[in-house]
Design a protein around this ligand. Structure first.
Ligand SMILES: [Mg+2]
Length: 349
């Protein structure tokens, strides 16, 4: 089939988390073909990424034939190369991610198969899900058995105690064997991370996430042995297999977390997995409980672990994708419907 139209839209969100997200949150990419089939993808980068798709990359895709996954990889290479002067990292690749995912959705729908089947043999059934957020009690009530809570270090001695209190509470709520993780969102530094590993030792934390910025690869590499057995995790702000090759060369991370809607889509995800395999690094995609990562997880050697973000009890959320799989008893799997198996909520476009 030939691509006939490409269009990116910034959805009408009512509920987006603050900070950079209010300006640069997720976009929808719609790709039409002469077969009549339409594919939808999810990218990052907000209205800036919408401009990248609608004013540059989209027209490069129109007219191309997409008949198998090799064609998608070729299209990815073309778009990546064309955006090199302003792309490679950040918004250019976030835009490309949405286009790549729309192509996988399109091909899956055209062939009547789920994306995970296009990727390869199924390696997992239901994936162990972990709930990310601050409402630990609610997640436990919903049946989650693994949990990651956020923690910010603002330079106060009291910030150590809040980490201890939250870890202690999570341990009580989820029990002694549950995986408990902490996302610091780049707010810790090396001394804080080492001190935290001492103070939190009794809570058996599985990983510390994003303790430094993604530019501090050597710094993170040096922390790995200092906080062992806690893992140094990160990668949601890294892009493509080129970026993760640097992560591999520096040995920066124990566990890699590419975001499939930011790092270059499924195509980049597969290439990142190749790089990871070369150094024996486990990969657990950021927001892997959303269909974009979940299809990759169940058809690859990704870790059997999918992140689910639920917000907090009673707090309203936008429902952009209808038919998303939900975790039951702490496990989640994609549907076998064609493509990614979700339908965009047109009212938000
Ligand atoms: Mg994170």
């Amino acid at each position: 089939m030939r691509i006939t139209a490409v269009k990116a839209v910034y959805p009408k969100y009512n509920h987006v988390a603050p900070s950079w997200r209010t300006h640069f949150w997720q976009i929808v990419v719609r790709i039409e073909s002469d077969s009549g089939v339409v594919g939808y993808g999810y990218g990052g980068g907000g209205v800036a990424a919408v401009e990248v798709v609608n004013r540059h990359l989209g027209e490069l895709l129109v007219g191309k034939s997409i008949d198998d996954v090799t064609d998608i990889a070729d299209a990815w290479d073309t778009l990546y190369a064309a955006s090199t002067p302003y792309g490679r990292r950040g918004i250019g690749v976030m835009a490309l991610s949405g286009m790549d995912l729309a192509l996988w959705d399109l091909l899956g729908k055209a062939e009547g198969v789920p994306v995970h089947e296009l990727i390869g043999e199924r390696t997992k059934g239901k994936v162990a899900a972990y709930a990310t957020g601050a409402d630990s009690e609610w997640y436990a009530e919903m049946g989650f058995t693994a949990h990651k809570f956020p923690h910010r270090f603002d330079g106060d001695e009291a910030d150590y105690q809040t980490a201890v209190d939250r870890a202690s509470r999570a341990r009580v709520i989820f029990g002694p064997d549950a995986r408990i993780m902490i996302d610091t969102y780049m707010s810790w530094d090396a001394p804080v991370t080492i001190e935290m590993s001492r103070r939190l030792a009794e809570f058996n934390i599985y990983w510390f996430e994003d303790v430094l910025t993604p530019d501090e690869l050597e710094g993170q590499a040096a922390l790995r042995s200092r906080v062992n057995p806690v893992l140094i995790a990160g990668g949601e702000h890294e892009f493509t297999h080129h970026g993760f090759r640097e992560v591999a060369m520096t040995g920066a991370l124990d566990l890699w977390q590419p975001d499939i809607t930011w790092c270059g889509g499924i195509t980049a995800g597969l290439r990142i997995l190749d790089v990871a395999r070369g150094v024996g690094a486990p990969v657990a995609p950021h927001r892997g409980g959303e269909v974009w990562g979940l299809h990759l997880i169940v058809a690859s050697d990704c870790v059997d672990l999918a992140e689910v973000l639920l917000g907090s009890r009673g707090v309203p959320r936008d429902e952009l994708w209808l038919g998303e799989p939900r975790a039951e008893d702490g496990r989640i799997e994609p549907s076998d419907d064609p493509g990614f198996g979700v339908v965009v909520n047109e009212a938000m476009l």
